[in-house]
Design a protein around this ligand. Sequence first.
Ligand code: ZN
Ligand code: ZN
Length: 334
Amino acid sequence: MRAGYYTGNYTYEVRQLPERQPVGREVKIEVAWCGLCGTDIHKFRGRAGARPVVPPIILGHECSGIVTEVGPDVKNFRPGDRVACDPSWGCGRCIWCQKGFPNFCTERHGVAKGFADYVFPPEENVYHISDSLDLETAAFAEPLSCAVHGVDLIEPRMGANIVLFGMGAVGGLMLQLLTKTAPRNLIVVELDEAKRELACSLGATQAVTGEELETAVSNINVDYVVECIGLNSTMEQAVKIAGKGAKVLLFGLGDPEKPMQFNQYEAYLRELSIYTSFLNPHTTERALALLESGQINTEALISARLELEEMGEELKTTHYAKKGKVMVRLSGKK
Ligand SMILES: [Zn+2]
Ligand SMILES: [Zn+2]
């Protein structure tokens, strides 16, 4: 089987690994598709994702596929089942798992490294999908589940004024979730004109550049701000334009070496709540339900479908990742 590795120092390699049988609760899944995540690009650049990076590591964590074999202790899956993975494993026994926060599990680690022909997650991280949901769309389960968790945290009230920064793949998913909270205004901030147009076609009431934003919000109280870029300039602008009593969700992944500037006094005058969102506790099943219902347009967010062998070039240039979601074709099954 092939696997796409980040091998350190900005290098990517497709290596051959021996195939093996699943053991214990492992489900062997022939990967159909795996999305390229912003955190994969962060890792390729030597920065931490949800965990510190020690190469060589197999990249990818947003995968779907078909079960080919199951370990002797697996109860709920059989060969031929169509499935999606939650790559984030929690032990279920530590104090954080017991408190209902598997994302903070003391033994948490990734169990579905999807830049590979096969993955072997334990069955608790595997989800059945219906025949009507194609496998490529199902590979959006993980990024969408992370976005659902972010929206869960800020609990938007209906009829609110919302500003969303960034129309990358995650911003595009977040936008579609936010439209379902019936906002009065849903203003997207995005530099790229094509993406601004896409934002309007997916339900934004307005799409503007960062420079146009202050005028766009001058007569409204911005109740919620969701930042899906992670640059200091946009995170700082997100806090700056937040209105009285606003909730600001900093969803984009910032640079750990270069923290943003934060003016506590200005935030105090408006009694801001600042949120961050870590992974996807208890949201995979709902993300899949949303995908199965057809309410999330994933096709509009896909910028390229690439082979595993093409990912070295893409990780270096981010040519297609800048335009939207890159999908890596493994078996390519629908
Ligand atoms: Zn991801
Ligand atoms: Zn745990």
